[in-house]
Design a protein. Sequence first.
Length: 219
Amino acid sequence: MTDDHGPATTGTGRLVTVLAWALLLLGLWLWGREITGVPHHTDSPDTGDVFVAGAALPRPAAPLGDALPQRVDIPRLGVRAPVVARGLDAEGAVDPPPFDQPGVVGWYGAGTRPGAKGAALLVGHVDTETRRAVFYRLSTLRPGVTVRVVRSDGKVAEFTVDDVRVLPRDDFDAHQAYGPHQAGRAELRLITCGGTFDRVTRSYTANVVVSAYLTGTAH
């Protein structure tokens, strides 16, 4: 288990992360095999809450063509992480990035490519047994924040966060979390673990799902 000061124990962090991934990946696999921790902070949204910006958000940009994601940048969090494609393991679940690569983001390679029409899925660990990982502070994002994805075609797809949810693992709605929110848009999902740490099940009680949509392109 971790807190705001980093991993608190050795060995436990790896077990917690494995269990959290297993629960999330199982739900995704059952949802038609279309795709997949941040611990709970005092400034994070409570389970089930939805944050929507009070001010008007930018209009969506037209979707881009297919290109592979190479890097994801979240300036608000100081994240600048390489992206690797991940597939399904022998049990039919999506492989997250290896534990020895805590700064790497996984992209479900059989799904939508970031910037193309549909919802592209990016997943990241919260921590390892020795350090914080790439999506440790994901739950602190708010609508209006910019997320950039550097693509193999030389374009930088710029997404604007419009929705931050902490969805409980019990009665988990995979379509709500991973399906497109508006038809025809290019959307992005950033996914990790959240809620509270359950000492009995040794897993987190929820998943943080940050949704964003394409609002511009840079070179």
